[in-house]
Design a protein. Sequence first.
Length: 137
Amino acid sequence: MGDYWTHRITRCRPLREKDGRILRIIISVAPLMYREVIALAIHQRRPEIDVLIVPPAVLAGQAERFAPHLFVRNDTGGADMEIVAGALCRIEVLYSDGLNARVSLDGKVWEIEDICIDDLIGIIEQTEGLIPEDAQR
């Protein structure tokens, strides 16, 4: 049942976003516990970021409405790449190779061996720098 639910981690205190811009992240990895742990780790370190966790099965409608800047998914997630085409950054977790990840950001693609939360936070910071100043929520 929980696999069809969408959860949103909301900001719990006054916003202090960078230049009035709020980074939006969709996490659509499986299993659910991975989504929750990644979202919680981001929320603990960067509570001003808007994070939505979505099961791959219902991703299409959620991605359209949420308009994420950064998208985290399985490499075998089955999500149509058109769904995430508007994201500034895409991270694909490569389960077939442990927890390596392929990152697509600013026209560059690279792999991170055994990705950790510190790597993810670094990618989040790079993605924030790419949000247009006139971006509105």
